[in-house]
Design a protein around this ligand. Structure first.
Ligand code: SF4
Ligand code: SF4
Length: 91
C-alpha cells in the first residue's frame, strides 16, 4: 500500500486535501482527482490533516487513521485558511 490512497468512487474532487496539506504533497491529476506528489513518501510529516479534512472519507493514509473527532476542528481550520486567501482547489 502506498502512503496515501484515494478511493475515487468516494472522492468529490473538492480539493480540500490539496489545499490543507501543509507540506504541499497532494496535487490534482488531469482528471481532477487528487494524488500524492512524488516526494510525498519522503516529506510527509504524518500530521493527518489530509485525512481529517476529507468529509467524504475518500482519503486513506498508511499511518494516520481517520479520527471522527478531528473533523470539525479540521473544517474550522480550513475555513480560516480560505478567509486568509488560500486558494480553493489549489494546484
Ligand atoms: S478532500 Fe477527499 S473528497 Fe476532497 S478531493 Fe481530497 S480525497 Fe477527494
Ligand atoms: S499527513 Fe500531513 S504532511 Fe502528510 S500528506 Fe497528509 S496533510 Fe500532507
Amino acid at each position: 500500500m502506498s502512503l496515501i490512497h484515494i478511493e475515487e468512487d468516494k472522492c468529490a474532487k473538492c480539493g480540500r486535501c490539496i489545499v490543507f496539506c501543509p507540506m504541499g504533497l497532494l496535487e490534482n491529476k488531469p482528471d481532477g482527482f487528487p494524488q500524492p506528489t512524488k516526494e510525498a513518501y519522503q516529506r510527509c510529516v504524518n500530521c493527518g490533516y489530509c485525512v481529517d479534512i476529507c468529509i467524504f472519507d475518500a482519503l486513506f493514509h498508511k499511518i494516520r487513521k481517520r479520527n471522527a473527532n478531528s473533523k470539525d476542528a479540521a473544517l474550522k481550520r480550513y475555513e480560516t485558511l480560505l478567509k486568509r486567501g488560500v486558494k480553493k482547489n489549489a494546484k
